[in-house]
Ligand binder design. Structure first.
Ligand code: PHE
Length: 462
């Protein structure tokens, strides 16, 4: 008898007998790579170093680490567990898990808001990722190191609608092309190729910094030795908000990825691995950036321009500056791309289900919408900078809405749902910690610690 006949005789159709369904990652490792790809992004390489720099280093970093461990990580676990249990599209996942636990189907709105938040984020994210793409090209062509004034390059880029829109378009097309190919062929494959490359580039840059700058210890001290006199209350809240963003929590992204985990009982350990990689990359990125900054006697507190102005100036003064800058910005592009595909994923699943259209069409439609939004974002940096939305430029208004309103609201709702509305049995089965101490800690965190912490961020942000 052939395998097919045996399977048929056993009363299982061939497709059902497959170990892993088509719309799933092939293993937990694949999930961890893809989810770490989502987590490691502009947040780690662009934002973390500059907010650490602005807030004086070590003490801020310590608070950030605590926030990741006690707030971000438990909610990350919750999101993955809900997604695993409920399905690909966050709105549907929330509804299914709610109904299975005899709760109101209106919880699906939390998933819907998360999908909308992802969409808005994608419009912003791909514009900033476009800067990284542009910088890779400028660096490779030698223009970056030849420029007498690194600030001028950044200002000219932001002042040019055509550059901004062109780069943003290229970046989104890449994102759509990967997502449209599906979970296994698109997202998993991309993660398997890009993540090892990303780690290799980061290793190379840190090694170079350690060997050539002579300021590595100074940088490590700045990042790791806490000076609590420099810590302000608003820095604490900024660390808290960033701990969510950097773990990709609150946007339904980890729900969508979690739904592709092949088996239950893995959400807990997988989340720990993702958080460890994400934190490791943020710290190492700091150790890759600050030695160059200090070696040239530059300030670590330059704000958003730290890696686009300060760092290129430092690179230009180094031997092999062109190679170094190209490597760094290519690394940044990879980090951004593995994140942007994850941001597009829940929107794609949602549209495909809602409109009953194929995945390719859904990814293209969502991407097109984000492209239009991104054009607005790009123009608000130059010709449209006078246009005010609630007293801010469009860029700042959107950033405020996404980071200060929707992200904490999403995180809060997910924590409350997981802690108070999802049954203990469901959570235990998905997290895979058993029912002992680790589980009790998780439950305490999502029930009490996270809601209080997030509420504080929300109030501060508003
Ligand atoms: N975590 C990503 C970063 O650090 C950003 C992100 C947020 C990705 C939310 C997906 C969802 O850049």
């Amino acid at each position: 008898m052939s395998t097919t006949e045996i399977v048929a005789a056993a009363g299982v159709s061939e497709s059902n007998s497959r170990q892993v369904p088509a719309g799933a990652f092939s293993s937990r490792l694949a999930f961890v790579l893809a989810a770490a790809g989502s987590a490691v992004g502009l947040g780690n390489v662009w934002k973390f170093p500059y907010i650490a720099g602005e807030n004086g280093g070590g003490a801020f970093v310590l608070v950030y680490l605590v926030c990741v461990a006690v707030l971000g990580l438990p909610i990350l676990m919750a999101e993955i567990a809900i997604g695993r249990r409920g399905g690909h599209d966050p709105a549907r996942a929330m509804r299914r898990v709610a109904e299975a636990n005899a709760r109101s189907p209106a919880w699906s709105r939390v998933g819907l808001v998360a999908v909308i938040a992802s969409f808005l984020l994608l419009g912003l994210y791909s514009v900033i990722a476009g800067w990284a793409l542009g910088y890779t090209a400028f660096a490779a062509s030698g223009r970056l190191s030849a420029a007498a004034d690194a600030g001028w390059v950044f200002e000219s880029l932001l002042a040019s609608p055509s550059w901004l829109i062109g780069l943003h378009s290229v970046f989104l097309v890449l994102t759509i092309a990967i997502v449209a190919r599906g979970v296994r062929e698109g997202i998993e494959r991309a993660a398997r190729v890009m993540m090892p490359l990303l780690f290799a580039l980061l290793r190379a840059i840190v090694a170079f910094a350690a060997v050539t700058t002579g300021t590595f210890v100074e940088a490590a001290t700045f990042l790791l030795a806490p000076d609590f006199s420099r810590l302000t209350p608003s820095a604490v809240l900024e660390a808290l908000g960033h701990s969510f963003f950097t773990l990709s929590v609150g946007f339904g992204v980890m729900m969508a990825y979690g739904s592709y985990l092949p088996k239950p009982g893995q959400a807990g350990r997988a989340a720990v691995a993702v958080a460890a990689i994400d934190t490791g990359v943020a710290l190492i990125a700091g150790l890759a950036i600050f030695p160059f900054v200090f070696a040239q006697g530059l300030e670590p507190s330059a704000g958003p321009g730290l890696i686009f102005v300060t760092l290129p100036a430092a690179f230009a003064a180094m031997p092999a500056g062109t190679v170094l800058a190209t490597t760094f910005f290519a690394f940044l592009v990879l980090a951004a791309l593995t994140s942007s595909i994850s941001i597009l994923e829940p929107i794609t699943e949602h549209l495909a289900r809602r409109l009953q259209i194929p995945r390719v069409a859904a990814a293209s439609l969502a991407g097109f919408g984000a492209w239009l939004l991104g054009i607005g974002v790009a123009l608000s940096l130059n010709v449209g900078s006078e246009v005010r939305v609630f007293g801010r430029s469009f860029f700042d208004a959107l950033d405020f809405l996404v980071s200060n309103v929707l992200l904490p609201c999403g995180g809060l709702a997910i924590a409350v749902f997981a802690g108070w509305r999802m049954s203990r049995r469901t959570a235990e089965a998905e997290l895979g910690f058993g029912s002992g101490r680790a589980f009790a800690l998780w439950r305490f965190a999502v029930r009490y610690v996270a809601p209080i912490g997030v509420a504080a961020v929300l109030l501060h942000g508003l």
